[in-house]
Ligand binder design. Structure first.
Ligand SMILES: NC(=O)c1ccc[n+]([C@@H]2O[C@H](COP(=O)([O-])OP(=O)(O)OC[C@H]3O[C@@H](n4cnc5c(N)ncnc54)[C@H](OP(=O)(O)O)[C@@H]3O)[C@@H](O)[C@H]2O)c1
Length: 289
């Protein structure tokens, strides 16, 4: 089976390539080869490569940047996704698409099921929701949306790597403690996306994160503790809990965005892993020479 990965140089795209099953003919295309905002370019690429499945990990992911560049966020996250969906429709391919917990407003206090009402707070969330909607309109039965959250990997830019850098440079850090979510290793999500190929009739919206939840502050403390244990960090760092009000950002973020993943657990017959051992596994990979 031929599978095209759009956004192949991003952190999830790279994890997908790393885990690609041997039975799959993997066609990774980065932005340089396939800019998803070009409708003609997408159609030409998809017609030429003839994949049975397209996995879309390409996205404009700068949450604060999107507030300053709303047109670009919509062009990539909504129109780009629609371009892939239309091209897939032309050749009869299926699309697996990745979306975000930021489609929710954070007013809940229990995990969001995939059919919960959406209400994004910022441009990024709006643009991602528009992408979900365009995809589902074009390919209602031949597409799967997998929403995820707080993604990190050894291979990309993310909160874990930023914290490790800051913790090696500073003696004191302030981290927001009143936003709660589920840190998720991109490796696990990549494995789930590959597993979804075994369920060709699956369609609609699913949620996938690692299990459990924490605040950014608790996440930072765990990165520090595990990083220390593994010898990635040497100096003592004081980590102070602050509020969202203490750290204003251009984009408003949901204060609670834990996703209920039971639907995908039931489909795939798996239970998922807790975020903390997943973090330790990723950091272990960084620590190995
Ligand atoms: N990171 C998170 O915490 C998080 C949380 C929830 C959901 N998600 C979703 O998970 C998916 C994967 O995210 P990620 O963390 O792997 O993101 P990432 O590391 O930022 O990768 C996204 C990739 O998309 C590429 N891209 C941007 N514009 C493009 C375009 N017009 N055409 C083709 N490629 C383009 C980027 O290329 P350049 O580097 O050249 O711009 C980058 O390689 C995204 O759908 C994201 O919305 C992420």
């Amino acid at each position: 089976m031929k599978v095209l990965i759009a956004g192949a140089q991003g952190q999830l795209g790279q994890e997908l390539q790393r885990l690609c099953p041997s039975r799959i003919d993997c066609l990774p295309v980065g932005r340089a080869e396939l800019d998803i905002t070009s409708r003609a370019g997408v159609l030409e690429c998809v017609r030429e490569l003839q994949p049975q499945v397209i996995i879309n990990t390409a996205a404009y992911t700068a949450v604060d940047g999107a507030e300053a560049k709303p047109d670009l966020a919509v062009e990539v996250n909504a129109e780009g996704t629609a371009n892939l969906a239309m091209a897939a429709q032309c050749i009869g391919a299926r699309v697996l698409h990745v979306s975000t917990d930021f489609v929710f407003d954070g007013a809940a206090d229990t995990p969001y099921p995939s059919d919960h009402e959406t209400r994004p707070l910022g441009v990024y969330g709006h643009s991602k929701l528009a992408g979900e909607n365009r995809l589902q309109q074009i390919l209602p039965l031949d597409s799967v949306v997998v929403r995820t959250a707080w993604l990190y990997s050894a291979l990309g830019e993310n909160f874990v790597k930023t914290m490790l850098r800051l913790m090696s440079e500073r003696e004191q850090l302030r981290v927001v403690a009143d936003q709660v979510g589920a840190p998720t290793w991109a490796r696990g999500l990549a494995a789930v996306l590959w597993q979804l190929l075994d369920y060709p009739a699956a369609h609609g919206i699913y949620h996938w994160t690692d299990n459990g939840s924490c605040s950014w502050y608790e996440f930072a403390c765990a990165i520090y503790a595990e990083g220390h244990k593994l010898g990635l960090l040497e100096r003592e760092v004081q980590i102070d809990a602050i509020t969202t009000e203490d750290h204003p950002t251009p984009a408003q973020r949901p204060c609670y965005s834990v996703l209920d993943c039971k639907k995908i657990h039931n489909l795939l017959g798996i239970g998922g892993e807790n975020w903390r051992p997943q973090l330790a596994a990723m950091l272990g990979e960084l620590a190995r020479p």
